[in-house]
Design a protein around this ligand. Structure first.
Ligand code: ZN
Length: 348
């Protein structure tokens, strides 16, 4: 499988995030990319460098949000006694319901206000080099989609930072630009019906929101039950899409403590839906935080189980873009990727 990655994606180096009322060390650390690159190397895969595709981001995000991400650091350091990272301390009221339309641009000029408007929680701090990594991560997803559009059967985008929690106008959950959604929108320039299959342990709430009223992109997410797990407010079975997109969203929450059997059963249900939808291409949002040793995980997959995920994706027989999402067990994610690719290639 061809792969794509840009070394600038390792520059984003968050220093903190809030969990259970305490500032924690970051989980999306740059070494994640090293472990995933090592896994590719063991299979003889050398990733290609992506080109720059700034316009691709506008297919799924608002201009105001993208301008904020690009300029936030420069404006932040103009604040007197500013902290080491762009971090919100105020949030506008917002219901979180998936059928809510995107908001207007932030009405206030203040960088403090804009940070509260566009950064949805305390896990998306921005440092001086974050924007460079964010746009390169998106470029990587675009390059993988373009390779499939050009005729490759499958391509892997080693994206970091991740994207599936990013909504049209809001970053959250370690995610800034929604790489998976950008890849799906890109595929739509060739393929009439695109499916997104999200197997990250967290609900792909951003991807769901972006395509919630569209019938040309089917969004499916397999994830840990959100009643007591991030992103909490969405990811429930009654969220099925709205308007033209009615019936084009499927959430498959798993009980906490679930292992491979439950995960595979849900993925099989998702794949049945993709076949019934007659998708012409698929984007896999591939997270490894369902691993039993993930530090913020609640599911119980072993590294080898991801081969079963890859095999099921391959069995769809569709042009496939695989976009890297989460996975924070540093000593396991390389094995997870190796297993996924092994299962996908049918070499087990
Ligand atoms: Zn996740």
């Amino acid at each position: 499988m061809r792969a794509f990655y840009h070394p600038d994606q390792a520059l984003h180096d968050p220093q903190q995030y809030m969990r259970y009322g305490r500032i924690n060390p970051p989980k999306d650390v740059p070494v994640r990319t090293t472990r995933l690159l090592e896994a590719l190397a063991t299979r003889g895969i050398v990733p290609d460098l992506p080109g720059e595709s700034p316009d691709a981001r506008l297919a799924v995000h608002t201009q105001g949000f993208l301008e904020y991400l690009e300029t936030a650091w420069d404006r932040w350091v103009e604040l007197p006694e500013h902290g080491p990272e762009v971090w919100p301390n105020t949030f506008p009221y917002w219901s979180g319901r998936p059928e809510d339309p995107s908001r207007p641009p932030c009405p206030a000029e203040s960088i403090v206000a804009r940070t509260g408007w566009y950064l949805g929680d305390l896990s998306v701090s921005l440092g001086p080099l974050s924007w460079t990594s964010i746009r390169r991560s998106c470029d990587t997803a675009v390059a993988a989609a373009d390779a499939v559009i050009a005729g490759e059967a499958a391509a892997y985008a080693l994206c970091r930072p991740s994207g599936h929690h990013a909504r049209a106008d809001r970053a959250s959950g370690f995610c800034f630009v929604n790489n998976t959604a950008v890849a799906a929108a890109r595929l739509r320039t060739k393929f009439p019906r695109v499916a997104v299959l999200d197997v990250d342990a967290h609900h792909g709430d951003g991807t769901q929101q972006i395509f919630y009223d569209r019938e040309d992109v089917l969004t499916i997410s397999v994830h840990a039950d959100p009643r007591n797990y991030y992103p909490f407010f969405t990811g429930y079975v009654d969220e099925r899409g709205t308007g033209d997109g009615g019936g084009c969203n499927l959430n498959l929450p798993l009980a906490h403590g679930s292992g491979a059997d439950a995960m595979f059963e849900a993925i099989d249900a998702g794949c049945s839906r993709i076949r019934a939808y007659a998708a012409s291409a698929v984007v896999v949002a591939l997270g490894f935080d369902a691993h039993v040793r993930d530090p913020i995980g609640v599911l119980r997959l072993e590294s080898a189980d991801f081969a079963g995920v890859g095999a099921r994706v391959r069995a769809l027989g569709l042009p496939t873009v695989v976009v890297q999402e989460g996975g924070y067990a540093i000593d396991a994610i390389g094995d997870c990727l190796t297993s996924f690719l092994t299962g996908f290639d049918g070499t087990t």
